[in-house]
Each structure stands twice: as C-alpha cells, then as structure tokens.
Unconditional design. Structure first.
Length: 439
C-alpha cells in the first residue's frame, strides 16, 4: 500500500505548477529525504536502544541481554551505511538544484547546521569504537562510548529539524520574508520556544525509537516463528533404527534449539514492551503536531485535510492510509505482545509479524511525504501562501520535461531496488542470525 502511494506523489503534485528543473528537484529531494530519514530513524533508535540494552545486561550480569545488544547493533551498522549514501545524495541535490535555498540555510542557520555536524562527527567514530571495543575496552568506557553514540544520534535531528520548522513558518523564528528574498537571523530563544520545532524534534526522536524497537520485534518474531515451525515439524520420517549415540546427539540438538527459542521469545517481549511505550508517546506527539499544524502551518493543515480553498492540492487521500498504518502498528504490536505473554515460548503469527514490520517501516516515510509534499507548489510557507519553489530552483540546469520524467523513472527504480535490499538485509539476515555468529 505504501509504495504505490509514494510513487503516485509525482501525479499528486502536478508538473504544471513547476518548471521542469523545479519539479524534478522537488521530487528528487523529497525521495532522497524520505529514504535518508527512514534509515536514520533506525540508526537513531538503535543508537539509544543498544547501549540501554547493554547497560541492563551489565547491571543484571545478564549475558543473554548482552547478546541481544550485539545483534541489534547490526541493524544500526547496516542502516548507517545506506543512510550515509542517501545523506550525500540529498546534499548533492540541494547544491545542484537548490543553491539559493542552500545559501539561506548556510547563512541564517549556520548554528543549527553545526549542531547536526557535531552530532555526525560524534556518532560515526563512536559507532566504530563501540563495535570494535566490545570486550576490548573496560565495560564502563564501552558504555560511555555508547552514550556518546546515542547523544550524537540525537543531535543530528536537533539541528536539521530547525530547517524543517523554518520552511514551515519562517516568521515563527523572526526571519524577514519579502517577495522571493529571505533575510534575518535566529537565536537560541526563538528556536527553543518554537512550537513547530519542539514538536517536530520530539516526534523525530520518539519516531526513531518506535520504528527501531517495533521493526526489530517483528523481525525477531518472524525468525522465532520459523524456528518454532522447524522444531515442531523436524524430520519425522527418519528411520527408527538409529543408534543410541545418534539419539543422544539429536536430544542435545533439540535442547539447544529449545533454549534458543526461549531466548528469542524473551528478546521479542523486551522489544515489544519497549516499543509500545515509545508508540504511546509517539501517538500523543502525533496528535499534538496535528494541532500545531492547524495553528502555525495552516497551508499544510489545509492540504492534508482536503481544504482546496486554501491549498493548491488535496492530500487527504494520503492522510487516510497513513492513519490506517498507525492503526495496524497498534493492532499488530498489541496482539503480538499479548501472545508473547501467555507462555515462555511464544508462537507469534507470521502475518502479524509481517504487518508490524511493514506498517512500522511504511508509516514514517508516508507521514513525512505527506507533511513535506503538501507544501507544493511552495518551498517556504508564509501562512496560507508562500515562496514558490520555482524561485529557488537552479535555472542554469538545462532540464526539459522528457529529461525530468526519465530521471524520475530512474529514481523510482532505485527506490524499488533499495526496498528489496532492505528486505534481504533485515528480514532474511535476522532469520540467519545464530549465537555462534555473534562475536
């Protein structure tokens, strides 16, 4: 459901409102941000969850939780690799298609950009030290590295979300907007008291925590169901004439597999319990953000509620499936949590695990797309109107409509390839994890 909706955005944002360059740049920037933010949210969430899990293991002298922390770290590392690539892609698109917008960001918002860069510089080396320092560094030093890793991950959106809040309402920062020009400066007070920024930032933080914990819970549940099926079916057609030694070996193997299933059940319960707490907070923040949009960003609010007397385009058709995905997240997470609480050995439903993973990883980019694309045909909003995206596009790029459509097709193909890759890495990779693979 999510993929067709995301791919239909080029049709929802009609090309007639843009020049070819602005239309292509608007969509490429949007798709790049969606992929980058989706993966960064996994990185952000795991950067907090992994050190927290290790700390719980350290305090309780729990080797099983230590094992979980290491396995979860792989999600972080794999996501960070791809997220970095698309972060570069977004930077190139900004520099190539939107140099005027980049100039505004780099002059007025130099401070917030530096906060994000500090977060990146803190996060990347700490991720490497954290992984290679496992069992090599003193435990407290290693945990301290994890804290630095988590702090760096939190600082990245703390800076960049200022830019998102600015293009929603520059007046809320005291920035002067006239015609197609933007001028002024910001200070800490105007940022920290800005309701758009604060709500967006908290929504980003808890969105990452929710997405990472529940997606991992669904992946563990999927793998757990596979192991349960293998254990229940086994090889029931073996000859009855087996030696005593073979019987003993089989019993030991079954006992090890039972222990592994118990371990996986515990992991899934832990992640579901954590994820439901984050999901509750995220839901409250989502409702709060909706009211913030109504008061401070009326154009976006009008677009997503179908008020075409104010907005140029109706994006209510995206709001409905987005709310449907949120409902599916709640329903599947609660169902799996209840099932896992009934016994020490959980037998989760495969469809429920799949629904949880897909709805969790789909709701965030769909919500982000709805929030960002609904500003069309404007780039910076000023109440119920704004500054046209055409005013900020790089007119020196010789893009014609055929080139724009062809480039968009390539972008759609890339997104499809990425989704397939993520499935192989996260879902299939999770099923193949075994204790022997964890160093």
């Amino acid at each position: 459901m999510v993929i067709p909706i995301l791919l239909s955005f080029p049709l929802g944002v009609q090309a007639s409102s843009f020049t070819p360059t602005a239309w292509l740049g608007f969509l490429l920037l949007g798709f790049g941000i969606l992929i980058h933010i989706t993966l960064v949210n996994i990185v952000l969430g795991m950067s907090i969850i992994v050190p927290l899990t290790e700390y719980i293991a350290y305090k309780g002298k729990d080797t099983e939780m230590e094992r979980l922390a290491r396995r979860l770290f792989r999600y972080l590392a794999l996501s960070d690799l791809v997220a970095g690539v698309f972060g570069t892609f977004v930077a190139v698109i900004l520099a190539g298609f939107w140099p005027k917008l980049l100039y505004v960001f780099s002059t007025i918002f130099f401070g917030p950009l530096m906060i994000s860069l500090i977060g990146i510089f803190a996060s990347i080396p700490s991720i490497a030290i954290y992984w290679y320092g496992w069992e090599r560094l003193p435990k407290r030093v290693h945990l301290g590295t994890g804290v630095l890793m988590g702090l760096g991950a939190l600082l990245v959106p703390a800076g960049f979300r200022v830019l998102f809040a600015f293009i929603d309402n520059p007046y809320s920062f005291g920035v002067f907007v006239s015609g197609s020009s933007v001028a002024g400066s910001i200070n800490a007070s105007s940022v920290l008291t800005n309701p758009i920024y604060i709500t967006l930032l908290l929504h980003s933080w808890f969105g990452g925590l929710t997405m990472a914990s529940l997606f991992a819970a669904g992946a563990f549940g999927w793998a757990l169901k596979s192991k349960s099926i293998r254990r229940e079916t086994g090889n029931n057609f073996r000859s009855l004439e087996v030696s005593i030694k073979e019987k003993e070996g089989k019993e030991e193997e079954e006992e090890e597999e039972k222990v592994e299933i118990l371990r996986e059940t515990r992991y899934m319960k832990y992640l579901l319990r954590m994820g439901l707490v984050f999901l509750t907070i995220q839901t409250v923040l989502g409702v709060a953000y909706f009211f913030v949009l109504e008061k401070y960003v009326p154009y976006v609010y009008a677009a997503i509620t179908g008020n075409v007397s104010i907005a140029a385009y109706d994006f209510e058709w995206v709001l409905v499936p987005f709310l449907g995905l949120v409902f599916l997240i709640w329903a599947s997470a609660v169902y799996l949590f209840v099932i896992s609480r009934r016994s020490r050995v959980a037998k989760p439903s495969r469809p429920a695990c799949l629904i949880l993973m897909l709805s969790t990883v789909g709701a965030l980019p769909l919500g982000e797309a709805m929030n960002d694309a609904s500003r069309a045909p404007y780039m910076i909003l000023t109440g119920t109107a704004g500054l046209s995206a055409n005013d900020f596009a790089n007119t020196a790029i010789p893009v014609t409509w055929p080139i724009a459509y062809a480039a968009l097709f390539v972008g759609i193909f890339t997104i499809s390839a990425l989704l397939i890759t993520l499935y192989v890495v996260f879902v299939q990779g999770s099923r193949r994890f075994s204790p022997s693979e964890v160093p």
